[in-house]
Design a protein around this ligand. Structure first.
Ligand SMILES: [Mg+2]
Length: 230
């Protein structure tokens, strides 16, 4: 029986992509770089993904990632890189302008709160994640918040999970489930840590990676149903 749920935020509870696209478009305009097309947006997202994968593997530090992704993107599209630090800061601030929930996510964390211990486990920029959680007004549904920046380790590193296990009530790993949209951070991390894993995968595209989640759901309602069956 599951007693504790570890929740990823971005792409699982909150629709990070909408927020990121809006902020990137607005910041681009603000810096006088013109309009950003869907094609450029797509290119940026590809570059950004590569940097976050490097972070998960411990190949790059967060501060470096935040700036380097824009250096690479700007270089590719012929925009000067002198103001890249300021650009990144403006982009991060802009992420807070749009708080959009994934469908049924708010209702789900609210509903499960009395029945389960719930914790947020996120790889992110400390201040930004804290502000985002405050703005989304979801703190009351959680028993604790764990942000990689504050821990000094990222998901899927075991050190991240050990830090969490040292601070939560449930110690039997068979009673803990992680739910998240990332195979490489949430699911791989959960598998290594020996807890149950549920991949939140609304697009329902086939999993071609060798990281195999124990459960997969395409919606939060399906996640609620899954918990009832366990
Ligand atoms: Mg995520």
């Amino acid at each position: 029986m599951i007693k504790t749920i570890l929740w990823d935020i971005d792409g699982t509870i909150l629709n990070f992509q909408s927020a990121a696209e809006n902020s990137l478009k607005n910041t681009f305009r603000k810096f006088g770089y013109g309009e950003i097309t869907d094609e450029l947006l797509h290119m940026y997202e590809g570059i950004n993904d590569v940097y976050w994968c490097k972070l998960e593997k411990g190949e790059i530090k967060k501060e470096k990632l935040l700036v380097e992704r824009f250096v690479e993107f700007f270089t590719k599209i012929g925009v000067e890189t002198t103001h890249v630090k300021e650009f990144n800061q403006a982009y991060l601030n802009g992420l807070l302008d749009t708080v959009v929930f994934m469908p049924e996510a708010h209702e789900t964390v609210k509903k499960l709160h009395p029945q389960y211990k719930q914790y947020i486990v996120t790889n992110g920029v400390k201040q930004l994640q804290r502000q985002k959680i405050a703005k989304a007004k979801i703190e009351e549904f959680f028993d604790g918040i764990f942000i990689s920046d504050e821990i000094g380790h990222e998901k899927p590193q075991l050190e991240f999970f050990d830090y969490v296990f040292d601070r939560i009530e449930t110690q039997n790993r068979d009673e803990i489930m992680i739910i998240g949209d990332s195979l490489t951070s949430d699911i791989a991390g959960g598998i290594h840590a020996g807890i149950h894993t549920c991949w939140y995968h609304p697009s329902n595209e086939e999993n071609h990676s060798d990281i195999k989640p124990e459960f997969t759901v395409t919606s939060h309602l399906a996640f609620q149903e899954l918990l009832k069956q366990l």
